[in-house]
Design a protein around this ligand. Structure first.
Ligand code: ZN
Length: 228
């Protein structure tokens, strides 16, 4: 119930935003100059981030080198086109402050490939929860990759679980939370990246159970969207 209300609130808050700012810049080609995690520098000097598809950042060692190298191999020094899905505004508390989040397209053998989706399909990035029109589809691509055990999902045992959540609940438990033990396998989702749930990236704090709130206090963890 809570998650339903939260979802509706998000829709009301962000629908005008996502509709107004989703635009196709299909016809302009950019050259990819550098790749730092999932932040991409284009030939015009501009930085963009991948919508819905996350590569861990520097302070998140889990999987980072592997995923960053894969993404570099796909797009570095290549020509791409992009669709701006979430446009940044001054003062936004985006994951990456003030960069646009885009879908990236690569032309290859006459095909137009959406790189964000490809990364999720191949288990080469983590789904992130920005609120955007195709979010459900992106999430499904990750679930399929998990079921097929491709990419990172083939070797997840090697990496540390940072957070655990329950399907259809937009909150996070720490793995040591006593409630995690009670989760059924089919309902449990493990996260290997910091702050995987950034609802719209804009200022809504995540839900925590009362045990995790205590654990967070002890760890002095703050959510980027809750700090001012
Ligand atoms: Zn908890």
């Amino acid at each position: 119930m809570n998650s339903k209300i939260l979802f509706l609130t998000c829709c009301i808050l962000f629908l005008p935003f996502s509709q107004g700012c989703s635009k196709r810049n299909d016809n302009i080609s950019y050259y990819v100059q550098s790749v730092i995690g999932d932040v991409i520098q284009l030939s015009n000097g501009k930085y963009v981030g991948l919508i819905g598809s996350r590569i861990p950042k520097k302070n998140e060692p889990n999987f980072r080198p592997y995923l960053e190298e894969n993404l570099k191999g796909r797009i570095l020094n290549k020509s791409v086109k992009l669709q701006t899905v979430l446009k940044s505004k001054p003062g936004d508390k985006l994951w990456y402050p003030q960069i646009d989040l885009v879908a990236l397209y690569l032309e290859e053998n006459g095909k137009r490939i959406n790189i964000n989706k490809e990364l999720l399909e191949k288990g080469m990035a983590f789904f992130s929860w920005e609120l955007f029109p195709e979010a459900k589809l992106y999430q499904k691509l990750q679930e399929e990759a998990q079921a097929k055990k491709v990419g990172v999902w083939s070797e997840r045992d090697k990496f540390e679980v940072l957070y655990v959540t329950r399907k259809n609940w937009k909150g996070l438990h720490f793995p040591e939370c006593p409630l995690v033990e009670n989760l059924k396998e089919k309902d449990r989702i493990d996260y290997y990246i910091e702050w995987p749930i950034m609802i719209g990236g804009r200022g809504l704090s995540i839900y925590r159970c009362k045990f995790c709130a205590k654990i967070a206090e002890k760890k002095s963890v703050t959510h980027p969207s809750s700090s001012k």
